[in-house]
Design a protein around this ligand. Structure first.
Ligand code: ADP
Ligand code: MG
Length: 274
């Protein structure tokens, strides 16, 4: 049965989409059958996997979410043998409002996923930068959540809010939601603050933090504009190597724990937010 992982952080621009597509492509390279669910109305993951969003018509995650079609008929192949994508367009933004009065509105994605879970080893959900109904659907459908954290000013801002949302989800729609870990992204070793952030995050979150730190690497931003994951664009790049290592670590972490790390306290936030 596919392991469903929601990549989430309500801050925008922290590397959610980049991590989703490149981790997925690395898993696919290791011959794990992998599906990316684009769950952000911006549709960046779809474009980055080579989908021409103008051709999608009624076959997007939005239609699957509101029950107009099944998820299987939305899924497309990518250039990689083991990698599929369920693409999104701006329509998906409407679901936040349209589903408000719907019965079991938090369970829509989980229900849509049920018939296809067995066809994949990994299903990665690229969440939007908010904690609204789309993210709640993703966290309700997921076995675990993975948090990309940018090695930057205010890295931990909003993390307490995310962890609070997680605890609410665990008390209601998804008691078994596990913490898949924290991935540090866009690391620049020349920047003292970035080193400081890595140290603080490791001290605070311990083993939840992946050994692999994704460096800032221009190949990772370039490849998306060519509609390719970095393994198909520059396999020798540092960015590519990092995501291959991340995939290896993730595959090694078989059963993520259902633990709740302590929320960052004010003193810690003050240190990291400089
Ligand atoms: P999110 O999905 O959290 O909004 P993205 O993955 O779209 O974040 O990343 C934001 C921007 O930063 C994008 O332009 C992306 O290409 C770029 N980016 C992400 N990770 C890296 C990296 N490790 N090195 C260089 N650029 C990156
Ligand atoms: Mg994104």
């Amino acid at each position: 049965m596919g392991r469903v992982i929601a990549l989430t952080n309500q801050k925008g621009g922290v590397g959610k989409t980049t991590t989703t597509i490149n981790l997925a492509a690395s898993l696919a390279l290791a011959e794990r059958r992998t599906l990316v669910i684009d769950f952000d109305p911006q549709g960046n993951a779809s474009s980055a996997l080579g989908v021409d969003r103008s051709t999608l018509g009624e076959r997007t995650t939005y239609q699957a979410l509101i029950g107009e079609t099944d998820l299987a008929s939305v899924i497309r192949k990518t250039e990689m043998e083991c990698l599929d994508v369920a693409p999104a367009t701006g329509d998906l933004a409407g679901a936040e409002i349209e589903l408000v009065g719907a019965f079991a509105r938090e369970n829509k994605l989980r229900a849509a996923l049920a018939p296809i879970r067995a066809s994949y080893d990994y299903i990665l959900i690229d969440c939007p930068p908010s904690l609204g109904l789309l993210t709640i659907n993703a966290l309700t459908a997921a076995d675990s959540f993975l948090v990309p954290l940018q090695c930057e000013y205010f890295a931990l801002e909003g993390l307490s809010q995310l962890l609070h949302t997680i605890s609410l989800i665990r008390q209601s729609t998804n008691p078994g939601l596990a913490h898949e870990g924290i991935v540090l992204t866009m690391f620049d070793g020349r920047n003292n603050l970035a080193n400081e952030v890595v140290k603080e995050v490791r001290t605070h979150f311990g083993e939840l933090v992946y050994e692999t730190v994704v460096p800032r690497n221009v190949r990772l931003s370039e490849c998306s504009s060519f509609g390719k994951p970095v393994v198909l664009y520059d396999i020798d790049s540092k960015g590519c190597l990092a995501y291959l290592n991340l995939a290896k670590e993730l595959m090694g972490r078989n059963q993520p724990a259902v633990v709740m790390p302590p929320a960052p306290n004010a003193a810690m936030l003050a240190q990291v937010q400089i």
